[in-house]
Structure formats: C-alpha cells, structure tokens
Design a protein around this ligand. Structure first.
Ligand SMILES: [Zn+2]
Length: 346
C-alpha cells in the first residue's frame, strides 16, 4: 500500500514535471528563441520514456504550427526530415511559433518496433485522446492532446509506410463539414505542400468518440490539422525525406510564417474516396503491383497462399484507382488491410 502510494506520488510528480517543462518553455515570452528539452513519462510499472520537444519562436508573434514525426517509430523518413529541419530552420526567418516533436515514440524507434510502443504494446496512433494515468503510450497521447494540440493552430502529423508497408506519397486531411473554415485551410495547406496527390478522408466522428489518430484528435478539437505520408518499407529514401521537408517549408510559406526559397508545385490531384481490401486469411501475400500503380476494378492484384503454397484467395481490385498503400512484404494476417486504393481522382 505504502509502495503504491509512493509510486503514485512519483507518477504524479513526473507528470507535473512533464507538463511544467512544456508549459514553462512555451509560455516564456522571450523572442526569438530556440529551446530543446525532454518531457518524461513514467507509468505504474516503472517504465520511463522521454520525448524530445523543440520550440522555435520568431521575433514576431503569429500562428502556432506543430509538426510531429515518429508517432510510429519504424517510419524513418518523417524522423530524418524533422532532424534535418531542426538543423536548417532559422528563427530570424520565422514569424510565430513552431513546436516540433521530432520523435514522438522513442521506445518504438530504438526498439525497432513497427506500429507499437514495445513498452506497453500499444499503438500510439490508435490511442488518442489517451489517458493521464494510463500506460506510457496512453500518457504520451494524453500529453499531445491536452498540452500540444490545445496550444496549436495548425497540427501536422507526419507518417510513411511502416516496416512492411509500400506507400505512394500523399498529403491528407479530413473533410470535416462541421468546421468549414479549418477544413478549407487544411485543404489549402495540403494542396500547397508540393505533394502530387491530396487525399481527403470522410469525417463523421462524434464529439464524444475517441479520435484514436493524432491528427484526427486535432480535427475533433477544432484545429487546422493534416498529415503527410512519405517513405516506405522501414527504410530511409532520400526523396521521401526531401518531399516531407519541401512540404513543411511550403506549408509554412503558405501560412506566411517562414521565408524560404522552396516553391510549391501547383500540379496536384485530389483523391476523395478510398477503398480498403482486407484479408480473410492468415497467409503469404504475393502481388506484382506497387504503391502508386493504377488498377482497374476487378483486376487481379494479388494472391494469398497458405504455408504449403496452396492459393487461399485471389484478390481483385475493388475499384479503379491508384494504390495508395499496400502490404509490401509476404506475411498477412486475418482482417489486415492488404491494399488501400484511392479513387475519384480529379
Ligand atoms: Zn504511421
């Protein structure tokens, strides 16, 4: 009992410490400034995790733009892009405030774990809004929701294909008709990103439902929020890193927050519908298609075989469209999304 009480005190004090570190740095009125620090979380099993945060402030006040990388620790191009941006960004070119989380899930990164934080086996990007007293991942989600998003005007969450995912790069936002002003701005930023394809997801989340995803949480909280997807298969592709960096510079320019040389490409396409083909089996997946390929409705796009090589099912494209992402390695489990096709492309 005593031990539990002591642990509770430690847990609470650590959380207060975590809040204070961010609060203190964010509310400091000195400008321009560049601050790097950690926010530490501990759970009731004595697990500890610290996430790095950078706050850049330009001389003049303006919007608060947050960018988050590494919610999934095996998605490397977003993490490398954030690292390079931190070395490049200059506060004297900045108006307003940039909050950068270059690695939101360090245990997953250093543990080399796709999707999950190995500390608690929880997927951070299914956990929002999180819990103040929960496991490490739940606490990180709670901190991002209640501290970071709460102080943010624009929230950008950067992902890519995880260890097993082949992915075609795109910018995306939720078509939330309840907040037309924020949705229009998210669309505008996505279209200014320089990405060749802009995906809009339908949004019908109730106010009381858990958002699960980081940038969906920001949408639910009434913020301008969007995501970039770039990179694949658990590797660092230089062009994927550069695309993310260009996207960030373009969005900051669009917000009149940063003077940069980089210019947007205006040649992009909107994708307003998506279909997801799920596997009914556990097995071995084969496909001749890659992310970015165009498929026609009914076309055979892959096979799932059992471990003896016997075909369990032939997979056919549910729509005519472009493969946004797919499983890029052989293992497949029951109910997993094998392929996502974007359609209604304009
Ligand atoms: Zn991800």
């Amino acid at each position: 009992m005593k031990k539990a009480a002591l642990l509770l005190v430690i847990t609470i004090s650590n959380f207060i410490h975590a809040q204070n570190a961010f609060e203190a740095n964010f509310s400091d009125t000195n400008r321009p400034s560049n601050k790097s620090f950690y926010v530490t979380f501990t759970d009731d099993k004595n697990n500890i995790d610290s996430i790095p945060i950078v706050i850049l402030k330009g001389e003049n006040t303006g919007p608060v733009f947050t960018m988050v990388s590494g919610v999934h620790g095996y998605e490397y191009p977003p993490i490398i892009a954030a690292q390079e941006l931190l070395q490049e960004l200059e506060t004297d070119k900045l108006t307003g405030t940039l909050i950068i989380l270059p690695m939101a899930n360090p245990s997953a990164f250093f543990g080399r774990t796709p999707f999950l934080n190995p500390t608690d086996d929880v997927n951070l990007n299914r956990t929002f809004p999180g819990s103040k007293s929960g496991s490490i991942t739940e606490q990180i989600a709670n901190f991002i929701s209640n501290e970071i998003i709460a102080k943010t005007d624009v929230f950008l969450d950067i992902h890519g294909g995880d260890a097993n995912e082949d992915l075609f790069p795109f910018a995306c936002y939720y078509n939330n008709t309840d907040n037309p002003k924020e949705t229009a701005m998210a669309k505008k930023l996505a279209e200014a990103s320089g990405f060749s394809h802009v995906v809009s997801y339908s949004y019908n989340l109730k106010k009381t439902e858990p958002a699960k995803y980081a940038f969906k949480q920001a949408v639910q909280d009434g913020k301008i929020a969007l995501s970039l997807e770039s990179g694949k298969l658990g590797q660092v592709q230089t062009e994927a890193v550069d695309l993310i960096k260009t996207g960030v510079y373009n969005m900051l320019s669009e917000m009149n927050m940063y003077n940069s040389e980089i210019k947007s490409t205006t040649d992009f396409k909107n994708i307003t519908e998506q279909s997801y083909l799920k596997s009914e089996y556990q097995g071995i997946f084969t496909s001749d298609f890659k992310a970015g390929d165009t498929v026609t409705e009914g076309e055979i796009i892959g096979h799932i075989k059992d471990i003896f090589g016997v075909t369990l099912t032939v997979l056919k494209a549910p729509n005519t469209g472009i493969i946004l992402y797919k499983i890029g390695t052989p293992p497949v489990n029951k109910d997993e999304t094998v392929i996502c096709i974007g359609y209604r492309i304009k």
